[in-house]
Structure formats: C-alpha cells, structure tokens
Design a protein around this ligand. Structure first.
Ligand code: PLP
Length: 469
C-alpha cells in the first residue's frame, strides 16, 4: 500500500531539482539585480483554488521558485530596507537538515539539545557575555518578552501566579527603543503607560542621569522598577546606549538590566565597534537576532541570561503530560515557547564552517560600508547627513536640492521611486519629524560598489523627481 503523502519514485528527483533551484538562486545573489515584479500569469496562479488531486512535484517546485524569485528577497546584496538579513548559504542548508529531522526542542531531544546549549555558549563567547543559559527563539520580540517576564518575576516574586494585583510597576528604555519593549509591557501586565521614555543625548543614546532620576522618582512613589532595557543598536539610527553607565545606575538600585541587541549586538564582537558595548558583561540578560546581523536565515534569535534560576522562576511548571523524571528542567521550564524547531543548527553549522573570525570580518565590512556611504553623502552637494557619523551600520541620508518646495515629501517620493526602480531597495524613516532615506547594511554579500550605486541611484532619481515637481 502506498502512503498518502509519499513522493514515491519522484523523491530523489525532487531533491535534486530543489538543489538546482537553490544553486541558481545562490549564483544570482552574488550580484545585485533589479527586482522582478510578479507577472499577471503568476498572480493568477496564486488565486487558484485548493487542489484536491496531486500535482507534479517538479512543476510545482518550479512554480514555488517563480514566486520566490518575484518576491523581495533580503538575500540580494542591495536590499538595505529596515534591518535585513542575508540567507547565509550554510544556514539555509542547516534549515533543510533540521526541518527534515523535524527536531522538537520542547523537551530533551538528545544530541540536538546539547547542540543548542553549545550554540548558546558559543554565542555568549562571541559577544563577551557570561551567560549561564539561554535559548533560541523566533525573534527579538519573543527574546525581549522572555527576558522581561523573568525580570518581572524577580522584581515582583509571585506575580506569575497573582498577576500584578494592583501593584504599580515600570519599565525604562530610551525614547527610541523598539516597540517590542512596549509590547512586552502590554503583555506582562505592566502596561504601556508605565514604560518610561528616558531622554536621549545628541547621539540618540539613553541619558543615564535621566534614567537614575526617573527610577528614583518611581521608587519614591512606591512604583516597582521591573527592568531597564538598554538598546544595543536602535532600529531608527543604530544608536548604542551607554551600557556601562546604565549598569552603574541599575546596580546601585538593584534593577534588572536587559540589552535589546536584536539588531546591533553582533557589533560587540567586531574590534572597531566593540568599545561602544563596554559594560555588556555586567547586564542580566540580552537579546540578539542571529537572523539579522549574523546573516543566517530567519528565524534565529537568542535570549541569554546570567542566572538559570531567573528563567526557571517564571517558566517552570508541572503538568501530567510532561512529567519530570528527576530534578532536571525541561526546555519548557526555561522558555516561553513549547514546540521549538532546532533554530540553533544554522548558527552552529555556520560557526563551524566559517569560524567566528569570518563573522567578525563580515560585520566589520558592513561597518566600513556605512562609513563609506556617510562620507560619500556628506561630500555630495545634494545630500544631507546626520551631524554625527553612524555608530553601527544604519546611515540616514536626505536628498536636499535647491528648488524643492517640500524636502520631506520629496524624500518620501524618492524612496518610493527607488523601490519601483528596483536597483536598490531602501526604506524611509522619520527622524525628529523629518523624512530620511535610511539604508542599513547587514548583508555579507554587499560590496563597496553597491554603496556607490546606492548614492548614484538616489542622486539620479532624486534630481528626476525634483525637476518633475
Ligand atoms: C532593536 C530591535 N529590537 C527588537 C526587534 C524585533 O525583532 P524581531 O523582528 O526579530 O521580532 C527589532 C527588529 O528590527 C529591533 O531592531
């Protein structure tokens, strides 16, 4: 009897065909190319009804490949929008392996559980943080919520049972922290209104003296500080909060310090930017997205904590369907998620294959590209740059030409025009009420030529649009 979901004698051919498609895609990603919009025929295929009968696996793989090819692939070397990643090749292979075995890390999965532990240790070594434990999660949002859940239980023991029970509590982060911090406050019962936006300095970093004053005011008013969230690379401009000075404030007051390094923390391992992260070894927990600046495919974030007991205090539990055989904690006793794929494999394999030094070099290359764009744009008569050079790899630039009546609208239009044009893909950002183009370099495939092209395309389209106003 044949199994209903078997690929039958097409199985090996399907794998070989998929490998050919991947090899073709990888060759294509080596150089930039214009984005391809989906054809009307392709869009029509995406409106077809649920198939009841089997298709042809080779034809259907080709259709899947066509859809991917007409999608916005962050692996392409001139994708500079938001915070991209790069679909590191060995990481993609690791995903195929992990998904084929369909490992579940909810409980002990044997050797894979040890591999996840090793990958967490390697990540901690790479970043320079003395982690006792940690786990891979689906993203910075979940990593931040995980760490802040532990911080809440530490600040208000028993709150996982009683809820907040009318106790007033607050979270502290810079005015430019990522929204996932606010979301954590919403979900953990702290409340969005109790997220204190701490003032930022001229380089957009958290001001430690304002932080100290706000915590002290809350303590005097009977409000419990849950945690300070410092950002190691803000999403808007890549600002790195002064961790050492913030750690002093937290230590004096016994407040948990979490670093949201979802985007920027890999730069702590790069010699050029490492000094910006001084104090990282003092924090209680951190989040880092390997699927951003460590180049592996999504999803691969990690949350690292200094004390295992803090995670166990908020997540451990007994249920009849997951009996504890001894005192060992199950993964679900220290993680937010239950079923978890082996996300660690892609980082583990990539570290083995390339070595940590190659990762540092790739981050350094992106830092240099950011400095290059900053220098080129600063020297260009039609571009405005920020007063201070980029701290990491985000470089806001603005096209400013005489005769343009509304520079903000002009830059919004320029961004849309660049996206339509397809040679370079960037997103806009609003900084202090002004619209900027905001390229972000986090791709190991990007070259210095791509940086020159970015400015050239922005200048060319910018002047075309302006003359049309
Ligand atoms: C600083 C920061 N924190 C958290 C996040 C959320 O990460 P994710 O999209 O992986 O949930 C981002 C995303 O860009 C970020 O830049």
């Amino acid at each position: 009897m044949t199994r209903p979901l078997s690929l039958g004698d097409q199985r090996d051919a399907a794998l070989r065909h998929a490998a050919d498609i991947v090899a073709h895609a990888w060759r294509e990603f080596d150089q930039a190319r214009e984005e391809v919009a989906p054809s009307p025929e392709l869009l029509a295929r995406l409106r077809e009804r649920l198939p009841e009968q089997p298709g042809d696996v080779i034809e259907d793989l080709d259709l899947a490949s066509d859809v991917l090819d007409a999608s916005l692939a962050q692996s392409r070397p001139r994708y500079f929008a938001y915070i991209g990643s790069s679909g590191l090749e060995v990481g993609a292979l690791a995903d195929l392996l992990a998904h084929s075995y369909d490992i579940n890390l909810a409980l002990d999965a044997g050797a894979a559980t040890q591999l996840e532990r090793q990958a967490i240790e390697w990540l901690a070594q790479f970043l320079g943080f003395p982690a006792a434990t940690g786990s891979f999660t689906s993203g910075g949002t979940i990593s931040n919520i995980t760490a802040l859940a532990a911080a809440r239980e530490r600040a208000l023991p028993g709150s996982r049972s009683t809820g907040m029970a009318n106790r007033r509590a607050a979270l502290y982060c810079s005015a430019e922290a990522h929204y996932s911090v606010t979301r954590a406050a919403e979900l953990l019962g702290i409340g969005r209104d109790n997220v204190r936006d701490i003032a930022i300095d001229a380089r957009r970093r958290m001001d430690p003296s304002d932080l100290a004053a706000r915590i002290d005011a809350d303590l005097a008013a009977g409000i419990t500080p849950i945690a300070v969230v410092a950002t190691g690379g803000t999403t808007l401009t890549g600002a790195v909060d002064p961790l050492d000075a913030i750690a002093d404030v937290c230590q004096e007051r016994g407040v948990w310090l979490h670093v949201d390094g979802a985007y920027g923390l890999p730069a702590a391992a790069a010699p050029t930017s490492a000094p910006r992260f001084r104090g990282l070894d003092r924090v209680d927990s951190l989040s880092v997205d390997a699927h951003k600046w460590m180049f592996v495919p999504k999803a691969c974030s990690a949350v690292l904590v200094r004390r295992t007991a803090d995670l166990a205090a908020v997540f451990s539990h007994d249920e009849d369907y997951i009996p504890h055989e001894d005192d060992e904690l199950n993964a679900v006793d220290v993680t937010l998620e239950y079923s978890r794929p082996l996300r660690a494999l892609k980082l583990w394999l990539a570290m083995r294959v390339h070595g940590a030094q190659a990762f540092r070099a790739a981050v350094e290359a992106n830092l240099a590209q950011a400095q290059l764009l900053y220098g080129l744009a600063s020297a260009h008569p039609d571009f405005q740059t920020r007063e201070h050079e980029p701290q990491l790899s985000i470089v806001p630039i603005r096209h400013v030409v005489a005769g343009c009546p509304d520079i903000d609208r002009h830059n919004e239009e320029l961004c849309r025009a660049m996206q339509r044009d397809g040679r370079v893909y960037i997103s806009p950002a609003v900084i202090d009420g002004r619209t900027w183009l905001r390229p972000c370099f986090t791709n190991f495939r990007t070259t210095t030529d791509d940086v020159h092209t970015t400015l050239a395309v922005a200048a060319e389209l910018g002047s075309t649009i302006c003359s049309a106003h």
